[in-house]
Write a protein that binds this ligand. Structure first.
Ligand code: TYM
Length: 331
């Protein structure tokens, strides 16, 4: 069975972009893949995290993933820091990866902005650890949103250079698995910005813990333009906010944007937003309610993560032991 790996940072509540770009696919892949899902708490540390918040968010994110349909009995769910194979391999990859490759990473440039000198070294080598996350399991399929494509390309550069330099055929290239719809969900307040946990405006995103009234209000307030919806996809070209809402409807309703426009073309945003709110609430509300229920039992959540970590370590340790032998570390 093909092995799948993916991760999410436990920094704040997962939002609709995380769900449609990644989590929804994780749930679907469970049917016919061996899946390993990871809360990447070490990646979270690359920018300042309040320690108590990080622990709380790791538990909350675990609850959201279970509530979304991750099956931690059949598959593996754990937090990164609990399996030391990630950092062992991450260090080796820091020594394989090139500065020139890291300098090209757009996510680092976006996050560091002009104030590059004041960011952590961890933020810079972030993609090397991400490559280690995946390759410590020799996973080949990685379901992610569009913003992670470049990191997967860098991981594949590491695969090629490692195999070449050590004259082995040890790692296989990784395949990103990016959804056809909603691979890049945009902010509800600005169609040119990605929906993001770090956006200071809570109105910019739908959190997976939002209740029905909050979802309805955020969609009602979502930025649009004054024109009705077009009836063909070309009509969305210069209308980023309209395109985003149509994309959300398509992803939630399992439709193509063309089908959405065939149903709703010519409509004003009033009725379209109402229809969008209904499909969104139908999907998000049960997740929010189940998350609240699961958060009442933090011991159970911790148990899920501990069990997952033990199973993850059993796969990753022999692989990373072998890498250490290949590179010449005395065992
Ligand atoms: P993170 O925590 O930023 O996001 C988790 C997943 O959600 C996707 N995503 C989105 N998809 C569509 N629209 C959006 N607006 C949006 N925002 C986020 C992301 O693409 C991602 O799939 N580097 C990763 C975590 C990571 C990882 C890994 C992923 C660490 N190691 C190994 C895969 C494999 C990240 O920061 O994701």
């Amino acid at each position: 069975m093909t092995r799948v790996f993916s991760g999410i940072q436990p920094t704040g509540i997962p939002h609709l972009g995380n769900y449609l770009g990644a989590i929804q696919n994780w749930v679907a892949l469970q049917a016919d893949h061996e899946c390993i899902f990871c809360l990447v708490d070490l990646h979270a540390l690359t920018v300042w995290q309040n320690p108590a918040d990080l622990i709380a968010q790791t538990r909350q994110q675990t609850a959201v993933l279970l509530a979304s349909g991750i099956d931690a009995k059949k598959h593996i769910l754990f937090n990164q820091s609990a399996v030391s194979a990630h950092t062992r391999l991450g260090w080796i990859f820091n020594c394989v990866s090139r500065l020139g490759w890291l300098n090209r990473m757009t996510q680092f440039k976006d996050k560091a902005g002009k104030d590059r000198e004041n960011h952590s070294a961890g933020l810079y080598v972030y993609p090397n650890l991400m490559a280690a996350d995946i390759l410590a399991y020799k996973a080949v399929r990685v379901p992610v949103g569009d913003d992670q494509r470049q990191h997967i390309e860098l991981a594949n550069d590491i695969v090629k250079k490692f195999n070449h330099d050590y004259e082995v055929d040890f790692f296989q290239e990784i395949e990103p698995f990016v959804p056809a719809q909603a691979a890049r969900v945009m902010s509800l307040r600005d169609g040119s910005k990605k929906m993001s946990k770090s956006d200071p405006s809570v109105q910019s995103r739908i959190d997976l813990t939002d209740d029905a009234d909050t979802i309805a209000l955020k969609i009602r307030r979502a930025k649009t333009d004054p024109e009705p919806l077009p009836s063909s996809i070309e009509g969305l070209a210069d209308r980023p906010e309209a395109r985003n809402l149509v994309g959300l409807y398509a992803a939630l309703g399992n439709l193509t944007p063309e089908q959405v426009l065939a149903q709703h073309g010519g409509e004003g945003f009033g009725p379209f937003k109402k229809a969008l709110t209904d499909v969104m609430i139908a999907r998000i509300e049960p997740i929010a309610q189940e998350t609240t229920r699961l958060l009442e039992d933090t011991e159970h959540l911790d148990h899920v993560l501990r069990t997952g970590a033990a199973r993850a370590a059993a796969i990753a340790n022999p692989i990373v032991d072998e890498v250490e032998r290949i590179v010449g570390l005395l065992k």
